[in-house]
Every structure is written in structure tokens, then in C-alpha cells.
Design a protein around this ligand. Structure first.
Ligand code: HEM
Length: 421
């Protein structure tokens, strides 16, 4: 554990982002913190917590000083058995693009950007619309329903897996593997759970390597095949193993992030029905409502970095090797950038300044796709269910991890006279 004593670093011994109180309401914890400690050390996780917009932005923009290495690092020290299973399964300590620094990062990011063309994203629009309507058609509007299991969870999974080129029969398995991945890297699993998660992740990696090998001989109009075309041009510049690693990035990053984004948008609008009614009356507010949610309650509330050299951040001297917990959700409540940050306002002029997608060389590859899915989902919901309301008295629950946040279930009713039976 790092010893922060040599610096003038404030310490908040009670800060634990996996505590029940934090998981239930991280913004209440934020409000309870002293305003004059924008960077502090949290011994419960051995991280320095960074809360201010300008400091987080500066970290994202300086990849020479701040390495992305811990982005997917398990928060807990893994037991040797779990670590061994991961290594044997080809899962390296920096397992994919988002935790690599240049030049290794560039090797993966450049072909990803080439294959992830605006044309390919635009082509997804009719598929997103069709999938949203198909999922909503299956709902009985005369009974309360859980919006997560009916729409927000299946929609992004369907979109990203079909975009990548995963056969539909394997989608349920992929979804399960993604759950193991979230718990292992961003949660606090017991030793027994770690071994189980590691076995599943080794299987997940194996599956993607096999998929690339199969697709090499049976191309389609999908993202995996587009990467194989780039491989054909120069096999040394992008190997099959690297293609599998890129697919490992996208199959996960395109899924829970967007599930939780849509859940958070609907939750925050319905929390105050006047917000919902305003969007119903004026659908032009939809893009603003999505961006405002990304500022106010982002689905990726935390991202991580580590210092490569001693540096001063937010007035605090940090040693080399200091692990940083970049609290993106706190940056969205920074009044110096977003006036009256506690007010949820779909008309906010600068909501798109949110750091919810990161910034700099790792800026989210799927930001446009994620926004598009959320906007189309909200368009369809407000059009079909203008009187949508939250079912009263429900307690929202959140998956116990630090980086992906949205309701696990969100019970709503489409008409005024239905009740939870
Ligand atoms: C909609 C909600 C989403 C949010 C809030 C989100 C957030 C983020 C964040 C915070 C990062 C790290 C940025 C950094 O380190 O500077 C990131 C990176 C990334 N995201 Fe997203 N993401 C979302 C959706 C998606 C989707 C739909 C995809 C896939 C199509 C995707 C693919 C990626 C990839 C591949 C990276 C790594 C980029 C790199 O390392 O160069 N994300 N995202």
C-alpha cells in the first residue's frame, strides 16, 4: 500500500465506494465530503480520489504523466489460483486497449477507428429502431413492467453483438461472461468468486479467438470482418490475437454502459414527472436529456489512472505509482463548470462537456453509438407511453462495482390505472 504521509494529502478513512451507503447514493457521500479536499487518499481502496472537473480533464489529457494501466485492474488483490487461470487463458495484466498506453494502445485503437466507421454506425440506426420496437411490442402496457429486463438490458446487447458479428445463439453466453468481467475487475469478489470469474473470462477469451479464426474463412458485413480486411493488408500490423482483443473491448464496453445509460435517463426523467412530460411535449429535448443524464448521473461514474512520475494534482503532491480514482460523476457536479449542478436541465447549454466518455487518446470509441441508442429508446418510449410513471415505493438496487452504474430493475407503468399486482 502506498504511504501518503510524505505529501500534504488529505485522507478520508471512511470513503469506500463499495459500501452499501455509497452504492445506494454516491451523491450523498459526495455532498458530505469537505469542499476543500478535491484530491484525497482513500485507504479502503488504496486509491487517490480526484473529484474536480479541471483536474480529471488534465489527467485524461496527459497520457505521458498518467498511465491507463489500472483501468481494468481488479480492485482487490487476486488469489494466486485466479491469477494463474487468467494468465493461462491469455488474459494479460493490461488486458485490452483501454488500459494500454502508446504505442501498444495505438496499434489497437487505429484499426478500431478505421473499422468503426460513421457509415457502420449510421447503418445501425434502422436496426436500433427495429429492435426497440420489437422489444416494446412484447410489453403488456396494462401491467407494470421492468424496463431493464424488457428494454435497457437486451437492446445494447443485441446491437453491439450483431455489430461485432457474434452469432445470435451465443448472445446469452456473452452476456453472462460480461457479468463475470464486471465483478472481477470492478467489484470486491471473494477468493471463491474470483476463481469462478477467472474461469469464465478465460472461456470468454477462448471464444473470441475461435470466432476470429472462423470468421477469417467466412467473412460477413460486420466489424470483426472489417478488422480481418485490415489484417489482410498487413498481417504484422494487426494480428488475429489483437483482433480478438479488440472484440473483447467492444463486446463489453458496448453493453452495460449503454444499458445503464438508458436506465439512468428514464429514471432521472420520471423522478420528476414534469421532466418526462416536457420531453413528451417537445421531443427536440431528447438529445439534451441524454447528455444531461451523462453529466448528472453517468453510467460510467469512475475511471482509473496511475502516475508515472511524481506530480502535483489539485494542490496535492503525488508520488510515482499513485493510483487515481477519477470520480467522473463528481466532475459532473462541479459548479465551476456546470452552474447549479444539482438542477437536472435538458436545456443546459454545456451538458455535452461531460467527461462521461473520457477525453484524449482513450476517448470512448462508442460515444456516438451509445448516445444514438439512448436517444432512439427515449423517442420510442415517450411516443408510445406518454403517461409513463415510476411504480411508487420501489427500492432501486445497483450492481456492487465501482465503474458501471444504473438501476438493476426499474419498474414503470404505462397507464395511470395499473398497479403492481
Ligand atoms: C453509452 C455509454 C458509454 C459510456 C458512458 C462510455 C464511457 C467510456 C469511458 C469513460 C471510457 C474511457 C475513456 C478514457 O480512458 O479516457 C470509454 C472507453 C471506451 N469505450 Fe465507451 N462508453 C459508452 C459506450 C460505449 C459503446 C457503445 C462502445 C462500443 C461500441 C464503447 C467502446 C469503448 C472503447 C473500445 C473504449 C476504449 C477506447 C480506448 O482505450 O482508446 N463504449 N468509454
Amino acid at each position: 500500500m502506498l504511504n501518503p504521509e510524505h505529501s500534504a494529502c488529505p485522507v478520508h478513512a471512511d470513503f469506500d465506494p463499495l459500501s452499501p451507503a455509497f452504492l445506494a447514493d454516491p451523491f450523498a457521500v459526495l455532498d458530505s465530503l469537505p469542499r476543500d479536499t478535491p484530491v484525497f487518499y482513500a485507504p479502503a481502496i488504496d486509491y487517490y480520489v480526484v473529484t474536480r472537473y479541471d483536474d480529471i480533464e488534465a489527467v485524461f489529457l496527459d497520457h505521458e504523466t498518467y498511465s491507463a494501466a489500472p483501468a481494468q485492474l481488479p480492485l482487490v488483490q487476486l488469489v494466486p489460483e485466479a491469477a494463474q487461470i487468467l494468465l493461462a487463458g491469455g488474459h494479460k495484466p493490461q488486458p485490452s486497449m483501454v488500459s494500454l498506453d502508446p504505442p501498444a494502445h495505438t496499434r489497437l485503437r487505429s484499426p478500431t477507428a478505421r473499422a468503426f466507421t460513421p457509415r457502420r454506425v449510421a447503418q445501425m440506426e434502422p436496426r436500433i429502431r427495429a429492435t426497440v420496437h420489437q422489444l416494446l411490442d412484447a410489453i403488456d402496457p396494462f401491467a407494470p413492467f421492468d424496463l431493464v429486463s424488457t428494454l435497457t438490458f437486451p437492446l445494447p446487447a443485441t446491437i453491439i453483438f450483431s455489430f461485432v458479428g457474434i452469432p445470435a445463439r451465443d448472445w446469452p453466453q456473452l452476456k453472462e461472461w460480461c457479468g463475470h468481467r464486471a465483478s472481477l475487475a470492478w467489484g470486491r469478489p471473494t477468493p471463491g468468486e474470483q476463481v469462478q470469474h477467472a474461469e469464465n473470462m478465460a472461456a470468454y477469451r477462448r471464444y473470441l479467438r475461435d470466432l476470429v479464426a472462423t470468421k477469417a474463412h467466412a467473412r460477413d458485413d460486420d466489424f470483426a470482418s472489417a478488422l480481418l480486411v485490415i489484417h489482410d493488408e498487413d498481417p504484422e500490423a494487426l494480428t488475429h490475437e489483437e483482433i480478438a482483443s479488440i472484440l473483447y473491448s467492444l463486446t463489453f464496453a458496448g453493453h452495460e454502459t449503454t444499458n445503464y445509460l438508458i436506465g439512468n435517463v428514464v429514471r432521472r426523467l420520471l423522478e420528476d414527472p414534469a421532466r418526462w412530460d416536457a420531453v413528451v411535449a417537445d421531443p427536440a429535448l431528447i438529445p439534451g436529456a441524454v447528455d444531461e443524464t451523462l453529466r448528472y448521473d453517468p453510467s460510467v461514474p469512475v475511471w482509473r489512472r496511475v502516475t508515472r512520475r511524481p506530480v502535483t494534482l489539485g494542490g496535492v503532491d503525488l508520488p510515482a505509482g499513485a493510483k487515481l480514482f477519477l470520480w467522473l460523476a463528481a466532475s459532473g457536479r462541479d459548479a465551476s463548470v456546470f452552474p447549479e449542478p444539482e438542477a437536472f436541465d435538458p436545456r443546459r447549454a454545456n451538458a455535452a462537456k461531460t467527461l462521461a466518455f473520457g477525453k484524449g487518446i482513450h476517448y470512448c470509441v462508442g460515444a456516438a453509438l451509445g448516445r444514438l441508442e439512448a436517444q432512439i429508446a427515449l423517442e420510442a418510449l415517450t411516443h408510445r407511453f406518454p403517461q409513463l410513471r415510476l411504480v411508487e415505493g420501489q427500492d432501486l438496487s445497483f450492481h456492487p462495482n465501482i465503474s458501471f452504474r444504473g438501476p438493476q430493475a426499474l419498474w414503470v407503468r404505462a397507464a395511470q390505472d395499473v398497479s403492481l399486482s
